[in-house]
Design a protein around this ligand. Structure first.
Ligand code: COI
Length: 355
């Protein structure tokens, strides 16, 4: 399918101080849009000036949340090239989410081409300051004007771009995380493994309470036994025990992060003992008491590698690695970002030229 390009006649002023970009505060001049209509499939792929979208007040997404999204980044590299990190994996995951939410599949290879084209059109927006990048947000939602509950017949697929710095104000400084004992994010058989707005809406109350208590995010426990660790609000989570690195297994309620997958693959390539398994909060607390919890960190596209300096579970406060970033977290961060910014040769297919 051809992608038509209509360039803006009124480019926006770009943020001047790239050290103050934050996350999700600015949007570029263009967006990619494609329609789906039952009987016609996906059609009318186009890049148009960034603008408001008109929706019928009865649009199904506003009522029943039939929506999925993705998150990836474009990096301006030292050699002047612009690279994406494993975009094929993001588009494959988008189709996993689509399948669960009864949204028609997209052509993954075409969607990667659409991302590349949009990034090329808005390449002047890719920030150049250290640790900044262009966040790419593809999303799909139901547009039918119908308040009956059923899978929609009409959708929009949109991609927007945002120049960003660190997701957490802490940057690479360790975050404080609070173990959530009251609320539940997802259960197996639900939508926890998808990237859909509802999972994030569900997390807001817990996140708000954690923030009021002085914590950055919450660590979710499984929704059935309230025992096994799942993920942190916007990241997957890893625990470095003496002799074993553990991340919760993907059993349907956890998002299969691309950064998580890349961390597991990198750690294995370094000959380390990595397990994807169930890990209980009791096991973590016991390891902590025995001095065997060496490091903990979160992983995500937005968060990259985010060391956890403090974990609070009820009245128990676990200060991990003296509240400082650990050597392994730092090594992962350096390698991952090194590959993303084209400074280190990564495995085949990880760092992909955008144009
Ligand atoms: C990401 O890491 O890309 C995310 O989507 C997390 C968050 C910003 C919702």
């Amino acid at each position: 399918m051809e992608i038509k390009v209509e360039r803006t006649k009124t480019p926006k002023t770009k943020p001047v101080d790239q050290s103050k970009l934050g996350f999700g505060n600015y949007y570029t001049d263009h967006m990619f849009v494609m329609n789906y209509d039952e009987g016609q499939g996906w059609h009318d792929a186009r890049i148009v000036p960034y603008a408001d979208i008109a929706l019928d007040p009865a649009a199904m997404v506003l009522h029943y949340g039939q929506e999925v999204f993705e998150g990836l980044k474009a990096y301006r590299c030292a050699d002047g090239s612009v690279r994406l990190f494993r975009p094929d994996k993001n588009m494959a995951r988008l189709n996993v989410s689509n399948e669960r939410l009864c949204i028609p599949a997209i052509d993954e290879a075409f969607a990667v081409e659409a991302i590349k084209k949009l990034v090329e059109v808005d390449q002047d927006w890719i920030p150049t300051a250290p640790d900044t990048s262009l966040y790419i947000r593809p999303f799909i939602f139901a547009t039918d004007a119908h308040v009956g509950v059923h899978p929609a017949h009409h959708y929009l697929f949109i991609i927007i771009l945002s120049p960003v710095g660190a997701y957490y104000p802490e940057g690479l400084n360790p975050v404080k995380i609070y173990v959530e004992n009251s609320y539940v994010r997802a259960v197996r058989g639900g939508m926890g493994f998808t990237k859909t707005g509802g999972n994030y809406a569900c997390s807001l109350k817990a996140q708000d309470e954690a923030a009021k208590a002085g914590y950055t995010q919450v660590l979710w426990l499984d929704g059935v036994e309230r025992k096994y660790v799942e993920e942190v609000g916007t990241m997957n989570v890893f625990f470095v025990f003496d002799g074993e690195i553990v991340t919760p297994a993907l059993q349907g309620s956890i998002l299969g992060g691309i950064t998580r997958m890349s961390c597991v693959e990198l750690l294995k390539s370094w000959g380390l003992n990595v397990s994807e398994r169930r890990v209980s909060i009791e096991e973590i607390a016991k390891a902590y008491d025995e001095g065997k919890l060496l490091e903990a960190f979160g992983s995500g596209t937005a968060a990259v590698i985010s060391p956890i300096g403090e974990l609070k579970w009820g009245d128990k406060i676990m200060t991990i690695n003296g509240g400082k970033i650990g050597a392994l977290s730092q090594k992962l961060y350096d390698n991952l970002t090194g590959i993303q910014w084209g400074k280190i040769e990564g495995p085949e297919g990880w760092s992909v030229k955008a144009f």
